[in-house]
Design a protein around this ligand. Structure first.
Ligand SMILES: [Zn+2]
Length: 101
């Protein structure tokens, strides 16, 4: 009978689950979906608070796409749109499709 270690294991479990869901919520806000979210859930479970720190530091999915040249930033609303878009899906502004970057 060791009530203390039982409570400790319980605390670690709850903390891990809380950190995993926190990491998922942050990752979701950064535009990650599906398998990527499951990956962030795993990072949260494994690294707890450190996992949350990691997900806070990584660039958003859109930022990654901009770096890869797949997306650009709308000059009007500063949201990320596909690089060959001619209309911003966020604010509806007309974009110059040739003006990549
Ligand atoms: Zn826009």
């Amino acid at each position: 009978m060791d009530g203390y270690s039982g409570a400790y294991i319980m605390f670690v479990l709850i903390e891990s689950v809380a950190c995993a869901s926190g990491a998922v919520i942050i990752a979701e806000k950064k535009g990650y979906k599906g398998a990527a979210l499951a990956g962030w859930c795993f990072v949260g479970l494994l690294f707890n608070l450190l996992g949350i720190l990691i997900v806070l530091i990584v660039p958003t999915k859109a930022e990654g796409y901009i770096q890869q040249g797949k997306m650009k930033v709308c000059p009007f609303c500063k949201e990320a749109v596909l690089v060959d878009a001619i209309l911003c899906k966020h604010c509806g502004s007309k974009l110059d499709a040739t003006e990549a970057k």
